[in-house]
Design a protein around this ligand. Structure first.
Ligand SMILES: [Zn+2]
Length: 331
C-alpha cells in the first residue's frame, strides 16, 4: 500500500532523487478511528488514516482526543492538506538534523532540515539499537559524540533541541531509557505499524534490536542520569541547538517520504492557527544516515540501522503521544 518508504530503505544507497514516490490513494484505505473515543466526531467523519491506537500504541498524552480546542472538521482538513504535500519545503540536508517536535522557536520558526525523533539523537539511538557501535563500556554520551563527529566528517549538519521551560525539553532525549524499554516490550506492535508502510522486520532484526535494547537497559550508567548532559555534549561537539517554546499541540504524525523536503510547521500554523501542530518524521532521510554511520559496512547492517531509526521514531511517538494521533503519509 505504501511502497515508497520501503523502496527508500531498500535502495537508499542509490541516488535518492531518482526515487519515484507513489501517490497516496488514501480513500482506498479508509480506516475506522480508534474506538476509545471522545474523538467519535472524527470517526463519524470517516478517518482515513491509521492511529497509533490501531497498533495498541500511544501511551502518552499528546493527541487530539485530549483536546477540547480543536474543530474536528478543521483537523481533517489539515490532515488532507498535509497529505497533499502542500506544506513540503526543500531542505539542504540529507540526514536527520532537527526533532520531529511540532513546536517552533520564539519567532515562530524552525530550521529547515530533515526531522527525526531527537534530531541527530535519532541516529545515535537507531544506530545503537541496530548494534552498529561498540557494545561494551561505551555510554550514551560517548556515542552521541561519536555519531556527531562521524556525520560532520561526511559533511552533514547535526542538531538537538530543548525548550523554554525544561532542563531537557526534548522528549526523545528525556525519555530515551523508557523508549528503549518500550521497544523491548512492544516490538511486535511497533513492527506491525511499520509493516503498514512497507518496512518489514524479520525475526533476526527483532531479536538483535531487542537484545541490544536490553543490553543497554542492563548496562550500568549507559543512560546519563541528568538528561540535559546529552544535549550539552551534543552541542559541545557542534550540534546546532533550537530552543522551542510553549506546550505540545501536536495532533498527528506527518510521515514524509518526499526526498529533499520537510514539512513547514510555521505554514501549517499560518493556515490553521497555533493550536494545530504536527509531529514531522522525514523518513526519507533515515537510509542516508544509516549508510553514513555504518561502521560494520554490510548492506544488511545499513538496512537494520535504517529500520532501527524508524522503530525509535515510532517508539518515541508511542511514549509521548496518545493513541488518537493519526499517521498522515506524504508520498
Ligand atoms: Zn525533541
Amino acid at each position: 500500500m505504501f511502497e515508497s518508504l520501503k523502496n527508500l530503505l531498500k535502495h537508499f544507497s542509490g541516488n535518492q532523487n531518482t526515487e519515484t514516490a507513489q501517490p497516496v490513494t488514501s480513500n482506498q484505505e479508509i480506516k475506522s478511528a480508534t474506538p476509545e473515543s471522545n474523538i467519535h466526531e472524527l470517526k463519524t467523519m470517516g478517518s482515513q488514516y491509521n492511529t497509533l491506537a490501531k497498533f495498541n500504541l500511544g501511551l502518552g498524552s499528546i493527541g487530539p482526543a485530549n483536546r477540547t480546542d480543536i474543530d474536528p472538521q478543521r483537523l481533517n482538513e489539515m490532515y488532507q492538506a498535509i497529505a497533499s504535500g502542500k506544506y513540503n519545503v526543500p531542505v539542504k540536508g540529507a540526514v536527520p538534523e532537527i526533532c520531529v517536535d511540532g513546536r517552533t522557536d520564539k519567532d515562530g520558526k524552525r530550521l529547515e532540515a530533515p526531522s527525526a525523533a531527537g534530531g541527530t539523537l535519532s541516529v545515535v539511538y537507531g544506530g545503537d539499537l541496530a548494534g552498529a557501535f561498540a557494545t561494551d563500556g561505551v555510554n550514551e554520551l560517548q556515542l552521541t559524540s561519536q555519531v556527531i563527529n562521524t556525520l560532520k566528517s561526511k559533511g552533514h549538519g547535526t542538531g538537538v533541541h530543548g525548550d523554554d521551560h525544561s532542563s531537557c525539553g526534548c522528549g526523545a532525549c528525556a525519555k530515551a531509557k523508557t523508549i528503549y524499554q518500550h521497544i523491548t516490550e512492544r516490538i511486535n506492535d511497533i513492527a506491525s505499524l511499520v509493516s503498514q508502510y512497507g518496512i518489514n522486520l524479520d525475526d533476526t532484526d527483532k531479536q538483535i534490536i531487542v537484545q541490544q535494547a536490553n543490553n543497554r537497559l542492563n548496562q550500568a550508567d549507559f543512560f546519563a542520569d541528568d538528561r540535559a548532559t546529552v544535549l550539552n555534549v551534543a552541542q559541545q561537539n557542534g550540534a546546532i541547538f533550537e530552543e522551542l517554546v510553549g506546550a505540545h499541540n501536536e495532533l498527528g504524525i506527518a510521515l514524509n517520504t518526499k526526498p529533499g523536503t520537510t514539512v513547514d510547521r510555521s505554514a501549517i500554523r499560518k493556515d490553521f492557527g497555533d493550536k494545530y501542530d504536527m509531529f514531522v518524521v522525514d523518513a526519507w532521510a533515515f537510509g542516508n544516515a544509516a549508510k553514513d554511520i555504518n561502521t560494520i559496512g554490510t548492506e544488511e547492517t545499513a538496512q537494520r540501522i535504517a529500520k532501527a531509526i524508524t522503530l525509535q521514531n515510532v517508539a518515541t511517538a508511542s511514549i509521548l503521544g496518545h493513541g488518537s494521533l493519526q499517521i498522515v503519509p506524504i508520498a
